[in-house]
Design a protein around this ligand. Structure first.
Ligand SMILES: NC(=O)C1=CN([C@@H]2O[C@H](COP(=O)(O)OP(=O)(O)OC[C@H]3O[C@@H](n4cnc5c(N)ncnc54)[C@H](O)[C@@H]3O)[C@@H](O)[C@H]2O)C=CC1
Ligand SMILES: O=C(O)C1=N[C@H](C(=O)O)C[C@H](O)C1
Length: 238
């Protein structure tokens, strides 16, 4: 499979290593200094594009892939206000798009646990939920995309909560998400339910970026010949 890597930073390089290890060819490595490679003719040399850039650039990069008729896997976080528009464009232009706030198998299983735990806790008014996410200091967005996905799952199951805030809170109608930035943390997410009697905590800790990169390559292999909008739930059949 021929891959265009859009974003050749920490994730782009981790994805390159996994993709080449699986016999794929990287036809373009596109970063801030080589964005001319996002032209239609260049992108069309790839079977699939994998986009890990910045909150400011993801939206336009995805639209360029649509214009070139190239399926795109996107892992960039921090741009979700534009997601509905991207999905609409994908359908309108008959393109293929797969977004995940986290591509690792472990986190996608953790999402399922989180959803179930939130469901069980929905009727347990003695417990207060909260979240901590820990990442490296170069991370541009807070809270992390994964934390937002986890929060949305909790809010969906707990109607007493009306939203999340990116700080610790005693407001029972809000889910507090604390963001810590410590090197070299690749990504840790902790969900906690506390009552006066006890606490329940579930934690996912990434030991490296390998799981994110492997998941993104698996998603690209899966998406290559498809049309439509997909998620890692589709890829992993969860
Ligand atoms: N969904 C997931 O599983 C994961 C998502 N991420 C997200 O992926 C994104 C990238 O993360 P890192 O690789 O750690 O960041 P990084 O800062 O190491 O790399 C970003 C890359 O984007 C490039 N870039 C900037 N503007 C560009 C443009 N206009 N066109 C093409 N390339 C451009 C930069 O030159 C750089 O190579 C972040 O949003 C991060 O939150 C990170 C890890 C896992
Ligand atoms: O920026 C990162 O590094 C990560 N970003 C993703 C997120 O925002 O959730 C996924 C992972 O936690 C690493």
């Amino acid at each position: 499979m021929k891959i265009a890597l859009i974003g050749y930073g920490k994730m782009g390089k981790a994805i390159e290593a996994i993709a080449q290890g699986r016999g794929h060819e990287i036809v373009h490595r596109i970063d801030i200094n080589s964005s001319h490679l996002l032209e239609k003719e260049q992108l069309q040399q790839a079977d699939v594009a994998i986009e890990f850039t910045t909150p400011e650039t993801a939206y336009h990069n995805i639209l360029k892939c649509f214009a070139a008729n190239v399926p795109v896997v996107c892992g960039t976080t921090g741009w979700l206000e534009k997601l509905p528009e991207v999905k609409a464009q994908c359908l309108e232009q008959h393109q293929a798009f797969l977004y995940a706030s986290n591509f690792s198998v472990g986190v996608n299983i953790f999402f399922e646990l989180n959803r179930r735990l939130a469901e069980l806790m929905a009727t347990q008014s003695d417990y207060r939920s909260s979240m901590v996410e820990i990442h490296h200091t170069q991370k541009k967005d807070a809270p992390s995309g994964t934390a937002i996905t986890l929060a949305e799952q909790i809010l969906e199951k707990q109607p007493a909560k009306t939203g999340w805030v990116n700080e610790a809170t005693t407001d029972p109608t809000k889910l507090g998400i604390v963001s810590e930035r410590v090197d070299p943390a690749p990504g840790t997410h902790i969900i906690q339910y506390d009552s006066p009697i006890d606490s329940i905590t579930i934690t996912h800790t990434a030991h490296s970026r390998e799981g994110f990169a492997a998941g993104a390559v698996t998603a690209a292999e899966w998406l290559k010949d498809k049309k439509g909008i997909f998620s890692m739930k589709d890829v992993l059949s969860l």
